[in-house]
Design a protein around this ligand. Structure first.
Ligand SMILES: Nc1ncnc2c1ncn2[C@@H]1O[C@H](COP(=O)(O)OP(=O)(O)OP(=O)(O)O)[C@@H](O)[C@H]1O
Ligand SMILES: Cc1ncc(CO)c(N)n1
Length: 266
């Protein structure tokens, strides 16, 4: 059995964060494990409270997993603060972590900070150089590179800068583009566009978590990066297409094993 570890925040409504990551790992046939960095009180309408875990329990969770179990890939999501970023970076270093997928989570769809703005520099310094692949959305890419990322031209420019910062592979996600939802993958040499028609729906809670976890699941199963990104794009597209209304706000993506089996992703 292949394994993947998610190091991320908990979303009480189950649509994003650790919960979306574990559902994605399971649907793609990978055994999911978790280290929780923060707990959010969250639902389809927004985030009402955040509690950060302390460094000791975060590093203990990561060490407990790595000292006992072979981890085939790790996905990093919500980190909240500079202290948590430093703790996670040290823990991954100590445990010789491989196949690190860094989803540079900053702000929830409902507008709450999931990473303090002053921690962006720590993310750049401590974790981007350790990542095999980073997956910023347009807003996160802009915050990381220091210029506006708004279209394919600026996405390409941002991918070059993020690669120079130390991420071997970069996917700049186009979920927030005007028009189609095209993502861009840069491997340090070539730019590859993953085109996709925009699905007309409001139920997109957890799309970023779903996508990055699907990449980690692919890497855990031994796929090449480009194939892991291609499968993840297909996975998230199906997950959004079958996203549904839950609660009063933005509903979640769908992780039903049978859908992905039918699509040949498992
Ligand atoms: N309406 C849509 N139709 C098709 N694909 C979409 C749509 N919205 C997002 N995607 C795709 O979903 C994936 C996640 O992208 P997105 O930009 O939504 O991430 P994100 O903003 O980080 O998500 P989150 O708010 O969950 O953190 C990308 O592959 C993106 O292209
Ligand atoms: C805990 C958590 N992680 C990530 C996201 C994605 O924005 C979210 N809404 N909540």
């Amino acid at each position: 059995m292949k394994t993947a570890l998610t190091i991320a925040g908990s979303d009480s409504s189950g649509g994003a964060g650790i919960q979306a990551d574990l559902k994605t790992f399971s649907a793609l046939g990978v055994f999911g494990m978790s280290a929780i960095t923060a707990i959010t009180a969250q639902n389809t309408c927004g985030v009402t409270e955040i509690r950060e875990m302390d460094s000791m329990i975060i590093s203990a969770q990561i060490d407990a997993v790595y000292t006992d179990i072979a981890v085939n890939a790790v996905k990093i999501g919500m980190l909240s603060s500079s202290m948590i970023i430093e703790t996670v970076a040290e823990s991954l270093e100590r445990n010789h972590a491989k196949n690190i997928v860094l989803d540079t989570v900053m702000i929830s769809k409902s507008g709450s900070y999931l990473l303090k703005p002053e921690a962006v520099d720590t993310l750049k310094r401590c974790l981007i150089p350790k990542a095999l692949i980073v997956t910023p959305n347009l807003h996160e890419a802009s915050a990381l590179v220091g210029f506006d990322v708004i279209d394919m031209k600026s996405m390409k420019k941002a991918a070059l800068v993020l690669n120079e910062m130390g991420a071997a592979y970069v996917v700049v996600k186009g979920g927030h583009l005007e028009g189609d939802a095209c993502d861009l993958l840069y491997d340090g040499k070539e730019m590859m566009v993953f085109p996709n028609k925009r699905i007309r729906t409001i139920h997109t809670h957890g799309t970023g978590c779903t996508f990055s976890s699907a990449i980690a699941a692919g890497l855990a199963k031994g796929l090449e990066i480009k194939d892991a990104v291609r499968v993840a794009k297909e996975y998230v597209t199906i997950a959004i297409k079958h996203g549904f209304s839950l609660g009063k706000g933005v509903g979640p993506t769908h992780h039903f094993y049978d859908l992905y089996k039918k699509a040949g992703l498992i």
